[in-house]
Write a protein that binds this ligand. Structure first.
Ligand SMILES: *Cc1c(COP(=O)(O)O)cnc(C)c1O
Length: 366
């Protein structure tokens, strides 16, 4: 079976973890600090604050916006549910702008139509490893005085016009097991603002600056040195891993570009894609639908993933929620029915990629 994602730790990671175990410092300590410094440098931010997962990264980034009852956060409906849960946890109202099928990210024209007097935060999601249109979105945020919180959980190292995602506003990253970089569970918040980074560090540690000196009501959002030990060796080779993903994406695209019934993902001009996922759109008039393609691939030993089968709000618990604004997002709804991600991860051999290509071609009868 060729899996949709794969976690392989080398001996470098084993050594780093062993080093941490033997040091006796396993909770947040020097390795978390080193990870923060190296991660900030990689994406080009001044500060990075490590937390225990990507959802708490989003939650902390929203919490320091000091949102008032009735304030709205505008985001994408085509995302993992964590984006939505973090907004609701922060006490805000969530409104959704539709996406563009070109990059699967919120469409700035639609964002412009849905901004209103209560909108306080714009939260783009850089889905599948490609940045949203941060030029148009940044202009809208400036014009309307909105804070920008980026859900960059899938986009470590992605760029827009050469600038790293996570540096356009507050950047929120995840290191969950399936992401491009993983600490099993983990997260990071990036910012150029020293005062904001300081506030986040206190917030993550029970609101405590020095021992028993409480400055605010806080949380335990700390990452551990054991987790950071998984990440440090991965960071050293991350660029090569992304290059491997890119080569795999190019090989998939070359093998599938002539196929009827499929729309292939594209890296848009000026965007540095990190290929977290390679996501096909099955055209409405194709011979088989998405679920049939997924089933046929599974029969052929090729894993695939549906990210995501429905828009985030399309569940009773959200449709009935008083702080979720339900408005149509037709592009996102259509894409959710037609998307299928196929393996692109860095542990695939070129034979694996060729096997994925031929399985897709056979499944589609071409
Ligand atoms: C993974 C993910 C998150 C949440 O991260 P966790 O570390 O699992 O809490 C948030 N948003 C998106 C788009 C994600 O893919």
């Amino acid at each position: 079976m060729i899996a949709i994602s794969s976690v392989v730790f080398g001996e470098d990671v084993e050594r780093e973890v062993l080093d941490t175990l033997r040091s006796g410092i396993v909770a947040q300590g020097p390795k978390v600090k080193k990870f923060e410094e190296k991660f900030a440098a990689m994406i080009g931010a001044k500060h990075a604050v490590a937390v225990n997962n990507g959802t708490t990264a989003l939650g902390a980034a929203l919490e320091i916006q000091d949102l008032q009852p009735g304030d709205e956060v505008l985001t994408s409906p085509f995302t993992f549910v964590a984006t939505l849960n973090a907004i609701l946890d922060a006490g805000a109202i969530v409104r959704f702008a539709d996406i563009s099928a070109n990059d699967f990210n919120i469409d700035s024209v639609d964002v412009g139509l849905r901004i209103n007097d209560r909108t306080k935060v714009l939260m783009p999601v850089h889905l599948y490893g490609q940045s949203a249109d941060m030029s148009a979105l940044g202009e809208l945020a400036d014009r309307h005085g909105l804070a920008v919180v980026e859900d960059a959980a899938q986009a470590h190292g992605a760029t827009f016009d050469g600038q790293g995602v996570g540096t356009f506003g507050l950047g929120c990253f995840s290191f969950y097991a399936t992401k491009n970089l993983t600490t099993a569970e983990g997260g990071m918040i990036t910012t150029d603002d020293g005062a904001v980074a300081d506030r986040l560090r206190v917030l993550r540690n029970q609101g405590m600056r020095a021992r028993y000196q409480y400055e605010m009501v806080g949380h335990n959002y700390r990452m551990t040195d054991l987790q950071a030990s998984l990440a440090l060796p991965q960071l050293a080779v991350y660029r090569q891993q992304v290059e491997q993903r890119r080569r795999n994406a190019e090989r998939l695209a070359m093998g599938l570009e002539d196929m009827a019934g499929l729309t292939l993902p594209r890296e848009l001009p000026g965007r540095g894609h990190v290929w977290h996922q390679f996501t096909l759109l099955i055209d409405e008039n194709a011979r088989i639908d998405r679920d049939e393609l997924s089933a046929r691939l599974a029969d052929a030993g090729v894993g695939s993933g549906i990210y995501y089968p429905r828009t985030a709000y399309d569940y009773d618990c959200y449709r009935e929620h008083p702080r979720v604004v339900i408005e149509e997002t037709p592009v996102a709804s259509s894409v959710a029915e037609r998307c299928l991600s196929i393996p692109v991860h860095a542990n695939l051999t070129s034979d694996d990629v060729d096997a994925v290509v031929s399985a897709v071609r056979t499944a589609m009868g071409q």
